[in-house]
Design a protein around this ligand. Structure first.
Ligand SMILES: *Cc1c(COP(=O)(O)O)cnc(C)c1O
Length: 377
């Protein structure tokens, strides 16, 4: 085992201003789940994504939970959800007592397949239950087939929830990810492209929804001098200290995107002559923040290297790599959930890898990674 410092898949990368904002929070004693930084961070997010309203929350998962509540998802309902994703996209469906119906990926962007999405909608309606919402994801920062997805959602009049947790800084036809749903969510968990140490946001052009989200996120307090409640609420608001970190991070988001894109180019160079090893590709419509650089290894090539061999060689040098997300329809906890697809996400899971992609990796880190990979290829 190497004694060299660990190279992480994606670790927090602070700029220069975060600490100043946090200090300001301390100096003014705004150490609460509200305050000037929370408002300032929300404005930063609105401006950056060109969305009218944003609520800063304690996590992306909480943001998605509130989105489903706002859309009226209840016990016994069904919600369509991209299968190839992190569990944070799907778990909130079950918090509402609803059932996720999982949809496979298409091969171009690895995101929800418009074809299977429509097939699922038709079939669920025929079986007697129209889905209450669609949750789609821009996985690893790669924008999904947004126009097709929007068209299907509109034609069946099903609201669209955009999970842009991994895609702040990505664009689809020039429009910011985070602005491409009836409701959109972001995450600022420690491993995301920017972080507040833990946090999330809910965004929409619908003012009432975001105001309602803020209300629900602060225990649903009615207007009264005493504590009065007519609805069940949640403790989902972001703290002013965390929002201070977020304001600093928003000043460097574009730099972070550029740095991650450089890391992607570094891998492109390494694998350019490796037969059957491909990277996740942008189209002319898509601009990816390259949150994580991912490869696929075609196992049908003779003497092809195995994903496990690469992961082990990296681990031996104290470098973190990871398989792609295991699809939700293959998770034991979602065993009984319906699934529509042809096995694309499963093949991606079996043949893909995430490589270290942090924007704070040094030249030395990159050279350690290229030594391992060059040696294997
Ligand atoms: C990180 C993530 C979430 C959840 O965000 P948290 O802030 O960790 O709760 C949801 N969906 C996707 C796709 C994610 O990557």
């Amino acid at each position: 085992m190497s004694t060299k410092p660990k190279i992480w898949l994606s670790s927090p990368h602070m700029g220069e201003k975060e600490f100043e904002f946090v200090k300001e929070a301390f100096e003014t004693n705004w150490i609460a789940p509200l305050g000037p930084h929370v408002n300032g961070f929300e404005e930063d997010l609105q401006r950056y994504t060109n969305t009218k309203h944003a609520a800063a929350l304690s996590s992306g998962t909480g943001a998605l939970h509130l989105a489903l509540i706002l859309l009226g998802v209840q016990r016994g309902d069904e919600v369509l959800c991209q299968s190839f994703t992190f569990c944070g996209s799907a778990n909130p469906i079950t918090y509402q007592g609803a059932t996720p119906v999982f949809i496979d990926s298409e091969k171009d962007t690895w995101n929800i397949s418009p074809e299977f999405l429509e097939e699922a909608i038709k079939d669920r309606i025929q079986k007697g239950k129209k889905p209450k919402a669609i949750v789609y994801v821009h996985l690893y920062g790669m924008p999904a087939k947004v126009d097709e997805i929007r068209q299907i959602a509109a034609s069946y009049e099903i609201p669209l929830v955009e999970d842009a947790a991994e895609a702040l800084g990505s664009t689809y036809k020039g429009q910011a990810c985070g602005s491409l749903g009836d409701l959109s969510i972001l995450s600022f968990n420690g491993n995301k492209i920017i972080t507040t140490s833990g946090g999330g946001a809910l965004l929409s052009n619908n003012k009432e929804w975001i105001e309602k989200a803020r209300f629900l996120a602060t225990q649903a307090r009615d207007v009264a001098p005493h504590y009065q409640h007519s609805e069940i609420g949640f403790n989902y608001r972001m703290s002013n200290v965390c929002a201070g970190i977020g304001r600093g991070q928003m000043q460097v988001i574009d730099q972070r995107v550029n740095q991650r894109r450089k890391v992607f180019e570094f891998y492109q160079e390494i694998f350019k002559n490796s037969e059957g090893i491909t990277l996740q590709q942008e189209s002319s419509e898509n601009f990816s923040n390259r949150w994580l650089s991912c490869i696929l290894i075609d196992p049908s090539i003779k003497n092809q290297i195995k994903t496990e061999t690469i992961l082990q060689a990296l681990a031996d040098e104290n470098i973190e790599g990871r398989p792609l997300w295991k699809p939700m329809h293959l998770q034991p906890v979602f065993e009984k959930a319906p699934f529509y697809g042809d096995g694309t996400a499963e093949i991606l899971f079996q043949t893909g890898l995430c490589l270290p992609s942090g924007s704070n990796m040094t030249e030395e880190d990159l050279s350690r990674i290229s030594q391992v990979l060059d040696h294997l290829l």
